[in-house]
Design a protein around this ligand. Structure first.
Ligand code: SAH
Ligand code: SF4
Length: 345
């Protein structure tokens, strides 16, 4: 379905001003609307209290304001809260609000579905439906902030989708988040399954965003058990692309490693992974597999600990993803998958 209107939440100051002139509203109204969105983080016209009725009606006529709505909220605010958003065309995506001490991290989606199709991931199970628009990503951010009651501290693009396959909408969203919304580049992380053409574009931005690379295996044969063709690249080429990004950004990257029992969790895998990470000056983040409907299993806790110790013994820096929000369908794409399985879409 083609959008029928413009999206209010990706507008620029200049485009709002132009719109006000065209619709014969005074120019200062564009400043008010702009401030409502970017300073007060308003996500609906109802939240914009000092605008006259005719202006709101005109905005509603010409724009999606917003284009999405919250469909379901699950989990809890002291663990992970997950929002399922319904988009203008009836598709669904997810946003997670993750507390870390006093800080709040938002986990945002970049696509409806995902074409990479990692075998352990609910997001890729039915392929790609479509890319998200820049405005839809901004709406995710605003809904997340509305649950926090203010601006989030960090953003990770680890929700549904492979963001580096949607750079034409993701990059403008990153610029808007760090420009108009004033978030620091260092507080934003883009996670990729190792899609090299996208990593090259990300490096060419020469920005200080963080990069997380979902490696999941130290060798190509093990990786092939988890990520199918044709969007899987070789470990060596992915690390070379990540190193190039490091040179351009002056920053270290993180290697994410979803631990799956009997597939990539042996001590030998751990030692190889540690050596690779050490050599490439990368940090490692272990993510014990969250049960989706795949045939995979999460390793037992003692195996996870043994793996972590073996990685650390190589001198590499390793952390384990904080386990939160299992009750909130914690793994990426699960809430959307539940909706698809209900068959009422
Ligand atoms: N497409 C990007 C970002 C979204 S996925 C990427 O793959 O990096 C974000 C992270 O969640 C990835 O590291 C992915 O491997 C992990 N993930 C997805 N499903 C998971 C599951 N069921 N259990 C544990 N981690 C999972
Ligand atoms: Fe796509 Fe990332 Fe899920 Fe793989 S893990 S299917 S790349 S969203």
């Amino acid at each position: 379905m083609v959008p029928e209107k413009d999206f209010l939440y990706s507008c620029t100051k200049a485009s709002l001003e132009e719109w006000c002139v065209k619709r014969t509203f005074p120019k200062f109204r564009s400043d008010q609307i702009f401030r409502h969105i970017h300073e007060r983080l308003a996500i609906s016209l109802a939240d914009m209290n000092n605008l006259p009725k005719d202006l709101k009606a005109a905005l509603e006529e010409d724009f999606y304001a917003p284009s999405s709505k919250i469909d379901v909220i699950s989990g809890s605010q002291d663990e992970v809260e997950k929002l399922r958003l319904e988009l203008f065309d009836g598709e669904f995506i997810e946003v997670a609000v993750i507390p870390m001490g006093e800080k709040r991290t938002l986990c945002l989606s970049t696509q409806v579905g995902c074409p990479v199709g990692c075998r352990f991931c609910a997001s890729g199970a039915n392929g790609l439906v479509r890319n998200l628009k820049c405005a839809e990503i901004i709406e995710e951010f605003l809904y997340g902030c509305s649950r926090i009651g203010g601006k989030c501290d960090n953003i990770v693009f680890m929700g549904i989708g492979e963001g580096l396959l949607n750079t034409s909408e993701l990059f403008p969203a990153l610029e808007k988040l760090t420009g108009d919304f004033g978030l620091s580049q260092r507080r934003i992380t883009v996670s990729t399954s190792g899609y090299i053409p996208g990593m090259e574009k990300f490096a060419a931005l020469k920005r200080e965003y963080n990069l997380a690379v979902s490696l999941h295996a130290p060798d190509d044969a093990t990786r092939a058990k988890l990520i199918p063709d044709p969007l899987r690249y070789s470990v060596a080429d992915i690390l070379a692309a990540a190193d190039n990004w490091s040179e351009n950004s002056g920053r270290q990257y993180t290697l994410e490693y979803t631990l799956v029992a009997g597939i990539n969790d042996s001590v030998d895998h751990a030692l190889q992974l540690g050596k690779l990470a050490y050599r490439h000056h990368a940090k490692i983040n272990l993510i014990p597999y969250n049960d989706t409907s795949s045939s995979f299993k999460r390793p037992a806790l003692r195996d996870i600990e043994r793996f972590e110790e073996a990685v650390a013994s190589t001198g590499a820096r390793v952390t384990r993803r904080v386990e939160k929000g299992k009750g909130a369908a914690a793994a990426c794409g699960q809430l959307r998958a539940e909706k698809l399985n209900q068959g009422d879409k």
